[in-house]
Design a protein around this ligand. Structure first.
Ligand code: XMP
Length: 508
């Protein structure tokens, strides 16, 4: 299969670069800059993109690649630091100065294959403090800004290209077209990567691998595990068994929806366990957030293990790992940030021979497309993320059944109002939190002493940073009025207007 290598020098937009390539129906993978050239050569890439990065090429401990990379004959496009590296490694000079940040007008040579079909003047996104002062021998300047003498350069005979700006960022007006030009015009790709071909191929591969052996899948109701389960079911039918653990901290009616869909509609072998008594019993009296998370994680494994034992030894255990969980970075360690979010440890408690991760090459938007290919309903496919510990981390302080019921009702109303306003797909994550605060209110002739519910809605792509959503007042007003009127025990609503950082998305 044709594929593009995104060689990671630590830039913040690396995953975006890989996604932009894939949006053009060409598979791409991110690997650290330390991968030996020999391996790159053997892997048969159609092209290589060198990413941005935090260093200067002239730093003592700069992230450099092997010089031979530029002699493989594989087309290369350097972006930002990658452009400077291309200059530096091929005999050009890079110096501090000519820095630019944000939107800048760039003038390009439209005769360049990289800029085919792109106007001579357009807007690009810059973010650099160093610049290419002199291009290497054989290179020609094909782009400039008022500040930057080499905004783009190329040695078309050697198929080496470099841009100082970021074509992967949407602010670069024709960035997507530039990436397409590189991938098709210069690397000669044909565009074989589609989610329908992925689905067909993966189902065939899974069928061939599994045959009539037994597969076990932990189903959470989230997008990843649901799509993984459907793929496996399509491949091996009844040889798949799913276990769904209801810890009692799900959103309203969620357990029923999962049961109806997977057992009813899809006819999947589903073991559904209502373990809420066990979870809530263990959580009684506990209000410290990390302790709650630990207990929920531990009990989840206990319940799952007990159910898996009843099934006996299986051959394969399915995990819904997706590509961003697997990217190994040569610079920093992005994986560490996410580790606490996953309910880890299952493989140590279940008897199986091999793990299967059918989604490990896919970005989230691609997982969703596979879900649609498999006929999953849109409301499941476009579900917002939901934390493993569920409402457990959205009920501040001790968790009780009464509080769960209050929060479920308030959260349902908020989600309904967001959906009524047509905003349910555009907001990254939105939910209600039951604070531990109660305050005085008046309802009719009565004084009340009820809970405050906080509403949270954030715009985010990566969930590492987030801005609070500017929800229309009307949506907030409708949600607020409905919650205090319809949910007993709540008399005050507040809206969280902090971004991440410094706050986090969840309250605990
Ligand atoms: P924070 O609150 O850290 O959340 O800004 C970032 C994203 O991670 C989710 N989240 C969790 N997911 N277990 C999970 O599976 C957890 O303990 C957990 N804590 C936060 C959160 O919903 C958001 O999408």
């Amino acid at each position: 299969m044709e594929k593009i290598l995104v060689l990671d020098f630590g830039g913040q937009y690396n995953q975006l670069i890989a996604r932009r390539v894939r949006e053009n129906n060409v598979y791409s993978e991110i690997r650290p800059y330390t991968v030996p050239v020999k391996e790159i050569k053997a892997a048969g890439y159609s092209g290589i993109i060198l990413t941005g990065g935090p260093n200067s090429v002239y730093d003592e401990n700069a992230a450099l690649c092997e010089k031979e990379l530029f002699e493989l004959g594989i087309p290369i496009m350097g972006i930002c630091y990658g452009a400077q590296l291309t200059a530096h490694m091929n005999g050009g000079t890079v110096e501090a100065g000519a820095s630019e940040y944000g939107k800048v007008e760039v003038k390009v040579d439209t005769a360049s294959r990289l800029f085919d079909g792109i106007p001579a003047k357009s807007v690009c996104w810059m973010s650099h403090t160093d610049y290419i002062k002199q291009v290497p021998v054989g290179f020609k300047i094909v782009g400039k800004t008022d500040v930057c003498p080499v905004a783009a350069m190329e040695d078309s005979a050697k198929k080496l290209y470099a841009v100082q700006f970021h074509p992967e960022v949407l602010h670069t007006q024709f960035g997507s077209k530039m990436i397409r030009n590189f991938v098709y015009n210069i690397c000669g790709c044909r565009g074989e990567w589609t989610m329908s071909s992925f689905t067909t191929r993966t189902v065939e591969q899974l069928r061939a691998k599994i045959g009539d052996k037994k597969v076990l899948c932990a189903l959470s109701g989230g997008v990843d595990s649901s799509v993984a389960a459907l793929l496996l079911h399509k491949a091996v039918g009844d040889n798949l068994t799913c276990i769904f653990v209801d810890h009692g901290l799900l959103r309203k009616d969620e357990a029923k929806q999962v049961n109806d869909l997977f057992r009813g509609t899809y006819n999947i072998n589903l073991v559904s366990v209502d373990a809420s008594e066990q979870f809530l019993g263990q959580l009684r009296g506990i209000s410290e957030p990390e302790q709650k998370r630990k207990i929920i994680g531990r009990e989840f494994i206990r319940v799952f293990e007990a159910e898996a034992k009843k099934i006996g030894k299986v051959d394969f255990l399915v995990q819904g790992t997706i590509y961003p969980d697997c990217i190994e970075s040569g610079v920093g360690d992005a994986a560490l940030i996410k580790s606490h979010h996953n309910v880890g440890g299952l493989p140590d408690h279940v008897e199986f021979d091999e793990i299967i991760e059918p989604l490990r090459d896919l970005f989230k938007d691609e997982v969703r497309k596979v879900g649609l290919e498999l006929g999953m309903p849109e409301n499941m496919v476009y579900r917002q993320p939901f934390p493993g510990p569920g409402l457990g981390v959205r009920i501040i302080g001790e968790i009780t059944r009464e509080k769960i019921a209050i929060l479920q009702d308030a959260d349902t109303i908020f989600r309904e109002e967001v959906a009524n306003a047509g905003l349910d797909r555009s907001i990254g994550q939105y939910f209600a939190v039951l604070t531990d605060m109660r305050s005085v209110g008046v309802m009719g002739d009565f004084r009340t002493y009820d809970y405050t519910v906080a509403l949270r809605a954030v715009d985010t792509g990566d969930f590492m940073t987030a801005d609070w959503s500017r929800l229309p007042y009307e949506v907030l007003d409708n949600a607020s009025r409905r919650i205090v009127n319809e949910v007993k025990g709540v008399n005050r609503i507040v809206y969280d207007i902090t971004s991440k950082p410094p706050a986090t998305i969840e309250w605990e």
